[in-house]
Design a protein around this ligand. Structure first.
Ligand code: URP
Ligand code: ZN
Ligand code: ZN
Ligand code: ZN
Length: 479
């Protein structure tokens, strides 16, 4: 199958131009001046399908490098399966995810890795890769790190919070970082001081402060700044590259920016929730339906920050200036009924996570409309940098010959209403939307995944199992 996407504005991280994109089979064959011939060959007359993208943007498919499909967590399991979550991602213009293989203390890393392949294989609508979570760092975990790099899993997430669940102590962190420094892989860090948070949570609950707002108040920015600083120092000590996940506090951003200014391989990821949502408006929300528990919809860690403290504004600016390099969703959905409501009497029992894999491209495009980032920066933070950061450059995240035919036609004159209900987007397996009522001045029209049209003007044309495992290389973003 040969597809020509003609007359659109082709947007790469490096610039935009009116051009035609030719996809042959699963791969981009050429990016051509509009209407041009290829060595005298009439391209349009020789393709099977022509998509007219006049007036629209043609961009590399989104890459969401932080998702948790069907993750066992918080006494339950994230409500999107690999099937439902990747299909929702496709609806929103994301054509690749990198999900996390979970290893809890005592479990064997490679056994977990094989289990995650069993879960995802044949289920996904779009291509998927894996990061590996390490909790306790056993000797076998260290050798597994080398084996996983060879398997195309070149990044490892560690946690400085969630004692007894995920938390690694500083010695364990250093061991994993030493191994990463030697095999070239990336350390990803959940940077929050877990002991401090556990104490504040205990004190809040004992004092009868049990509502969702206290989730935010017991995870203060100081706990994030301190852990971010510590992670940076441990990475500096060992020489491991460090990618700090789900950064929400402006003080943590500044730690990352300072480390980068010193020439260290330190990178920061933020998520749409830290750009748009806040402690006051969301964690503190009280609708008629949910009363004082509505904030549970937005319980995630790191937590939403107080807009009065200026975190959201600082985050947009840092995204524009490259103090923060990319945006992932940390998609970890839970339903209010039967999952979030486990914490009705005690916020610390609310499973942590927000689902938004479907909305990242739209929400960040709205940042372009609102003048916060450029069109090219949108593509960079949502697609090109994720590809380079996690070893997929050349095949993903760019519209150029030889790259996978992962292409989105985005309509800047279209409109998207986010939320649950008729006329609204929502294909994730959640009984609410974290972005209910958000209006986007743009629309995902057509989504092509390795040459196959999977979404076209409001219709899903793909099938489960279309998505393939992405064998990633080492990061191509290091200094
Ligand atoms: O609240 C969150 N972020 N849930 C997912 C797990 C994690 O820490 O990324
Ligand atoms: Zn985390
Ligand atoms: Zn996460
Ligand atoms: Zn449209």
């Amino acid at each position: 199958m040969k597809t020509l996407i003609k007359n659109g504005t082709v947007v790469n991280a490096t610039g935009s131009a009116t051009a035609d994109v030719l996809i042959d089979g699963e791969t981009i064959a050429a990016v051509l001046a509009p209407g041009s011939t290829l060595l005298g060959f009439d391209v349009e007359a020789n393709v099977d399908r022509v998509i007219d993208a006049r007036g629209k943007y043609v961009i590399p498919g989104g890459i969401d490098a932080h998702t948790h499909m069907q993750m066992p967590f918080g006494g339950t399991e994230a409500s999107d399966t690999f099937e439902t979550g990747t299909r929702a991602a496709a609806w929103g213009g994301t054509t690749s995810i990198v999900d996390f293989v979970v290893q809890y203390a005592g479990e064997n890393v490679l056994e977990q890795y094989r289990k995650w392949h069993e879960k995802a294989s044949g289920q996904c609508a779009i291509d998927y890769g894996f990061h590996q979570i390490l909790s306790d760092v056993q000797d076998s975990s260290l050798t597994a790190m080398d084996e996983l790099v060879a398997e195309g899993v070149s990044s490892f997430k560690l946690f400085m919070a969630y004692k007894g669940v995920f938390l690694s102590d500083d010695g364990q962190i250093v061991k994993a970082m030493q191994r990463a420094a030697s095999n070239g892989s990336m350390i990803m860090m959940h940077a929050e001081n877990g002991s401090v948070i556990d104490l504040l949570v205990q004190q809040a609950v004992a004092a009868g402060n049990t509502g969702p707002l206290y989730h935010g108040l017991t995870r203060p920015w100081q706990a994030e700044e301190e852990a971010t600083h510590r992670a940076i120092m441990l990475a500096n000590l060992t020489g491991a590259p460090l990618y700090v996940v789900h950064v929400s506090a402006k003080q943590a951003v500044d730690q990352i920016a300072q480390a980068r200014d010193r020439g260290q391989n330190v990178f920061g990821e933020t998520c749409p929730q830290y750009l748009y949502l806040s402690l006051e408006d969301n964690l503190g929300a009280r609708s008629d339906e949910w009363g004082g528990f509505e904030g549970a919809k937005w319980v995630c860690s790191t937590p939403l920050r107080a807009s009065a403290e200026g975190h959201q504004h600082h985050m947009w600016q840092s995204l524009a200036t490259n103090d923060i390099q990319m945006v992932s969703t940390d998609h970890c959905p839970f339903c209010m009924k039967g999952q979030k409501d486990m914490g009705l009497a005690d916020f610390s029992k609310i499973p942590n996570g927000i689902g938004s894999v479907e909305h990242r491209m739209d929400l960040l495009y709205q940042g372009v409309v609102d003048g916060k980032i450029s069109l090219e920066r949108w593509v960079e933070v949502c697609s090109t940098t994720p590809a380079r950061m996690f070893g997929m450059h050349g095949t993903k995240g760019v519209l150029q010959p030889g790259a996978d035919g992962d292409v989105v036609v985005y309509d800047p004159n279209g409109h998207t209403s986010i939320g649950v209900g008729p006329g609204k987007t929502h294909h994730m397996n959640m009984d609410y939307s974290a972005y209910e009522g958000f209006e986007i001045d743009g629309h995902v029209d057509t989504v092509i995944s390795r040459g196959k049209v999977v979404i076209d003007r409001g219709e899903y044309l793909g099938a489960k199992g279309d998505g393939r495992f992405i064998k990633r290389g080492l990061s191509q973003y290091l200094i």
